[in-house]
Design a protein around this ligand. Structure first.
Ligand code: GRF
Length: 198
């Protein structure tokens, strides 16, 4: 892939849903000399991303709340896997300050709306799309941003838009947003990595 600096980035993908974004990212960086998907981190044993990790032979770290929020946020495990960069792809827990500080400007998230609108605690998945439709927006989209200690508030890296159609349901809008995510997220991660030193 078009990463040309000499750093080798070892990515952890945090995901707890179907994992379609994780899958796209894995495919995009397959065979890259500069980017390795070194770990999948998940908090839901039955999430689709668990099967993706198994199929692709990527180590899986299952995490639980107590350790994540009151322990060391699995920092030791991330260090053991030599993780240098974290991608949140459908991960719903807030990232503890400990991790934010350990990975300064090295954690990115994707949000299925045009932040700062439709972000914050509880604004995920269909809740986002339902609110967009309830407000009769004519446009929605995606935001890729750095992660800080507040939900959906880190600096924006990239946004892309799509129309909201008059007969959209939360599901049809979600499908359109997913396509946009799959198209842009891997490439934007690649761009950010170009400007990231370990
Ligand atoms: C995506 O829509 C993403 O924006 C949000 O969670 C969803 C994850 O979907 N943060 P998937 O698990 O990657 O299919």
């Amino acid at each position: 892939m078009p990463i040309t600096n000499s750093t080798v980035h070892r990515l952890a993908i945090f995901a707890s849903g179907a994992g379609s974004n994780a899958q796209q990212i894995i495919n995009y960086f397959k065979g890259s000399k500069h980017v390795t998907i070194a770990l999948i981190v998940c908090n839901k044993p039955n999430a689709g991303v668990v099967n993706i990790a198994a199929k692709k032979n990527i180590p899986l770290l299952m995490i639980e709340k107590e350790n994540f929020f009151r322990g060391n946020a699995y920092l030791n495990e991330l260090r053991i896997h030599k993780i240098s960069f974290v991608v949140l792809a459908g991960f719903l827990w807030k990232i503890p300050e400990l991790l934010v500080n350990a990975f300064p400007n090295k954690i990115v998230n994707i949000h299925p709306a045009l932040l700062p609108k439709y972000g914050g605690k509880g604004m995920y998945g269909h809740f986002v799309h339902e609110s967009v439709l309830a407000n009769h927006e004519t446009e929605s989209g995606i935001t890729i941003h750095f992660v800080n200690e507040n939900f959906d508030e880190g600096n924006h890296i990239f946004q892309a838009t799509c129309p909201v159609l008059i007969d959209d349901t939360p599901d049809t809008l979600a499908d359109r947003i997913h396509l946009l995510e799959h198209k842009h997220f891997p490439e934007v991660i690649g761009q950010v990595l170009l400007n990231t030193k370990d």
